[in-house]
Write a protein that binds this ligand. Sequence first.
Ligand SMILES: Cc1cc2nc3c(=O)[nH]c(=O)nc-3n(C[C@H](O)[C@H](O)[C@H](O)COP(=O)(O)OP(=O)(O)OC[C@H]3O[C@@H](n4cnc5c(N)ncnc54)[C@H](O)[C@@H]3O)c2cc1C
Length: 439
Amino acid sequence: MPVWIVWSAPANRTLSPRYSLELVMQSVFDVVVVGAGAAGLGAARDLIEAGLSVVVLEGSHRIGGRAFTEHLPDGSPFDLGCHWMHSASINPFVAIADQLGFRYDIREGYGLQWVNRHGAWLDHSAKARLSRASDEWTQAIRRSCDQGLDNSLYEATDQAGEWRDLLNYWVSLDTSVDVDQVAVGDLINYVDTNENWPVIDGYGDLVAHWAKGIPVELNSMVTEIDWSRRDIRVSSTRGDLSSRFVVMTVSTGVLNEDVIRFVPQLPPTTLDAIAGLPLGNYNRIRLSIPATLFDPEIPERIVSMPVDDQPMSLSIRPYGRDCVIGLVGGRYADYLEKTGPSASRAVVLDHLRHVFGGDLLRHVKGDRQSAWRGDPLIRGAYSAAAPGQSFQRAVLSQTLHERLLFAGEATSPDQFSTCHGAALTGRRAAAEIISLSQH
Ligand SMILES: Cc1cc2nc3c(=O)[nH]c(=O)nc-3n(C[C@H](O)[C@H](O)[C@H](O)COP(=O)(O)OP(=O)(O)OC[C@H]3O[C@@H](n4cnc5c(N)ncnc54)[C@H](O)[C@@H]3O)c2cc1C
């Protein structure tokens, strides 16, 4: 029997460093939370505050999951995963950032963005045509939904228009899949207030700081969940324990790979829901380059559209830092990740050459990039409902036998694919457990 660190809520039922930490030989908890990403942490916080005994089992050596800030040799933080607090006015992480003193930038939309097509910045008339094409896509998506269709974005939209490549590329960043792989229902259901505020000090670090005081057992890979009895048996690489409830927050990428055995097997409806919400891929590729090389007039966000290649969004010297960050999504992200870091570096260099000319390239000093598909504990970027499957988010969020709950970004009805959406699903699971445990 392993020794587990048990945190239980003291009388005042608030989270604080004053919590009593008991190191006890105990293998029965009210709740085991699997995964210490935003969803698992959100669930654990509320459960502890409600006075339940909770442990979070995390397979990795670190907290945060897809919220992960790395500190580079020059001292600057680099978010390998989430970076933007989307829908800021309804995003709980804005208040948390204020409370913890994390800096962020307030922006409407994503802020000013210039598009460079075939070597020239878009003029007024091209911008107007792009804006019209984008509006027409939105209307076409609505029409599909109004007709009761949950078809793919590829089927719903004009795939012959002038701006198809750019709009398809933007979809691959928003959804982490290509247009033929995502249901229009996902685009309709997603709540977007058009306020995307980047966390200057790192969204990953923000989540990690927010986690302080939550009992997370790292390097504890869950291998089996036996939910055949009233008390669930959770087996992990650190030993077995029991609990009345389990909150599963691992990604659908992990759930789809059968690395965690469920006894008995999950019902077909849940398995179908997991299969209908696969992860796509999305990577951030950072090159080190002096900020001073760029004309101060050029905004931080630009898009490069060469004649013979995919478009790429580039963040140029963000917050004055000496770097450029290129973004890739969908199958292209998978292709580059598989081909290796030098291929990703080369395409960002190509885009820099396309927009700024070749002289700049000799100043590039090094690179760092995410590789989410290859992370065995995540296996992709974020969930996208396959065509016809957007209803599955609601199915996956249903509690099984009043004891096994699923949370995580894929289970959010309207803020999936986001960090705050994930945290809110954790809170939803906690509220349900609190209600069930009172009966
Ligand atoms: C490149 C990229 C950019 C993004 N950008 C943004 C953004 O700008 N804004 C935004 O809001 N969102 C963004 N997201 C999405 C956001 O990061 C995720 O939606 C969110 O962090 C998911 O949280 P989660 O708790 O659902 O899952 P996760 O973070 O995946 O947490 C699940 C945890 O389970 C653990 N785990 C897996 N298997 C096991 C096991 N067997 N046993 C125990 N533990 C296990 C994992 O290690 C992980 O820590 C981005 C994601 C990526 C990849």
